[in-house]
Each structure stands twice: as C-alpha cells, then as structure tokens.
Write a protein that binds this ligand. Structure first.
Ligand SMILES: Cc1cc2nc3c(=O)[nH]c(=O)nc-3n(C[C@H](O)[C@H](O)[C@H](O)COP(=O)(O)OP(=O)(O)OC[C@H]3O[C@@H](n4cnc5c(N)ncnc54)[C@H](O)[C@@H]3O)c2cc1C
Ligand code: FES
Length: 255
C-alpha cells in the first residue's frame, strides 16, 4: 500500500465530493485513464474494513483527484477526511480504457460516472478533442458537477437532467440516440448506472457501432484473488471486473 496526503476534500453538491491527494510522482506516472485505486484509512479503523474503489478523475504531476458520491459507510467516511490527513491506497488497479478508440468518440456519463473521462481527455492528443463529444446526464442540475473542467477541454458537450433543470429534459441516452441516428459517432465509452449502460448496449447494437461499458460491482480484494467480482459474460461464463475490467466490450457483457 502507498500513502497519499489529503490536500483538500470539497463538497461540490449535497452528496458529491472532490478529493485532491498528493502522491509519489513515480507512482502517479503508472496510472492510465480508466484505472482505479482502492482507498484505505490510515488509522487502524475496522469499519469500513474493505477499501473502496475509485477511478482517477484527474492526474497532473503528483496531484491525483477523485470525484465521488456518498452512498454508504465507506464514502461517508471519506467525505469526512480533511487536508493534512494521510490515506493509504492500492493501485493502479484494473485495465485502462482501450487505446486508440475510433473517432468520433462519444463519452456517455450518468452521474459520477463522468469521473474517469477527464483523465482520458487530459491524455488524448489535443487534435482528437474536436472529435469527442460528452453526453452527461444526472437527475437534477445540482449533480452536474465539474462542468468548467470538461468545458476547458474544448469538446462538444450535451447535458441532460431528468427534471429538466439544466440541459435537455430526460435521459442522456435520448440525446446519444439522436446522434447515432445521424451517424455522428463511431464509438461510445459509457459509465454510469446499470440502466444507462443497458440502454447504451442496445443502442450500439441497433446502430452497429462499437461500445465499451465501464461496469461497477462490489470489489473485495481488487487484485484478482477472491474471484468475487463477477459480471456475467454473454454466451456463458463470467468476467472478473477487477482483472478483466472495469471497462468491457458491450457486446460481450450480459446485462
Ligand atoms: C472500478 C470502480 C471504480 C469506481 N469509481 C468510483 C468513483 O470514481 N466515484 C464514485 O463515486 N464511485 C466509484 N465507484 C463506486 C464506489 O466504489 C462505491 O460507491 C463505494 O464502494 C460505495 O461504498 P460505501 O461503503 O460508501 O457504500 P456501501 O455501504 O458499501 O453501500 C451503500 C449502497 O450502495 C450499494 N453499492 C455499494 N457499492 C456498490 C457498487 N460498486 N455497485 C453498485 N452498488 C453498490 C450497496 O448495495 C448499498 O446499497 C467505483 C466502483 C468501481 C467498481
Ligand atoms: S475483487 Fe477479488 S477478484 Fe476481483
């Protein structure tokens, strides 16, 4: 396990936080977009016992950021850490996003599923950014966080909220579908709730385009040891999310 110094831990909305860590720069250079780390508290606490997984949101030099939503014990405990505290982490874990994703690329995000796309955008060649479009949807406008960061990449952005408080009213996949009908997208990389991923998979099949889904399940060891993180594979068998994923080809996943 490595150590990380907490630089800040800021509430961006009622339940969404931005954690900024200082980590060893040699370790930082090993992370690739799409990979994740598991965070443990450095104070002998037994609850939560199992470190929780988080995607790298941004990474520059030795500043690593995590964008997270509070949903239970582990994320509540994380929301209480303050600058100057030391955390421990295990990572990089999992496989990076596929390299050379065919353009035009659609990034489809539901809620904090948007977290890992910024690190990808940081690493893409600048000439590719004009062929990337972000589809970012949440329940309501308060949860559409980090818009300035995503706008700073100069990419096309479509926003959707279920209550219509900002952007298009409805699901983010409705906007994606319109662009797929216009044949404006070659590849989709999607991260968000299961229902959204299921819809992206259906749309990709209907419009014959390649899609990758960033999946989520409970991870215990995170390193391929416990074999608990199963995701059903289409046609039988299973993926182990921490080893084979978290990004999986949509056509191979049974949702
Ligand atoms: C590879 C990977 C990367 C992730 N990256 C991020 C990230 O960058 N930002 C972020 O906010 N979250 C991320 N998550 C999800 C995050 O790890 C979970 O929200 C967190 O572990 C919940 O811990 P908890 O102790 O707060 O909740 P718990 O007390 O363990 O659970 C609270 C509730 O959430 C449900 N739940 C918990 N974990 C999951 C899960 N993995 N999938 C579905 N339901 C779950 C439980 O069933 C329960 O209902 C990621 C998950 C994975 C697998
Ligand atoms: S979490 Fe243990 S094998 Fe994946």
């Amino acid at each position: 396990m490595d150590s990380a110094l907490v630089l800040s831990n800021e509430a961006l909305s009622k339940n969404i936080y931005l954690l900024t860590l200082h980590i060893d720069s040699q370790k930082a250079s090993k992370f690739k977009p799409g990979q994740f780390l598991k965070i443990l508290f450095d104070d002998q606490r037994l609850d939560p016992l199992i470190p929780r997984p988080y995607t790298v949101h941004t990474l520059s030099d030795n500043r690593l950021q995590i964008l997270y939503q509070v949903v239970g014990k582990g994320t509540t405990a994380l929301s209480k850490v303050i600058a100057g505290q030391v955390l421990r982490f295990l990572g990089p874990l999992g496989k990076p996003f596929p390299e050379d994703l065919p353009l035009p690329l659609g990034l489809c995000a539901g809620g904090v599923g948007v977290a890992g796309f910024s690190f990808l955008l940081q690493k893409l060649p600048p000439s590719h950014l004009k062929s990337v479009k972000l589809y970012y949807g949440t329940k309501t406008k308060e949860d559409l966080v980090r818009l300035e960061l995503f706008e700073s990449f100069g990419i096309d952005i479509e926003l959707a909220t279920e209550d219509g408080s900002l952007g298009n009213k409805g699901f983010v996949t409705d906007i994606l579908e319109k662009d797929l009908k216009r044949q404006g997208i070659s590849t989709v990389l999607a991260c968000g709730p299961r229902g959204m991923l299921k819809r992206v998979k259906e749309l990709a099949e209907r419009h014959s385009i390649k899609a990758y889904l960033v999946m989520d399940t409970f991870l215990a060891c995170g390193t391929g040891f416990c074999k608990g993180c199963v995701i059903p594979r289409k046609g039988g068998g299973f993926f182990h999310l921490c080893e084979d994923g978290p990004t999986l080809p949509a056509e191979q996943v049974d949702i």
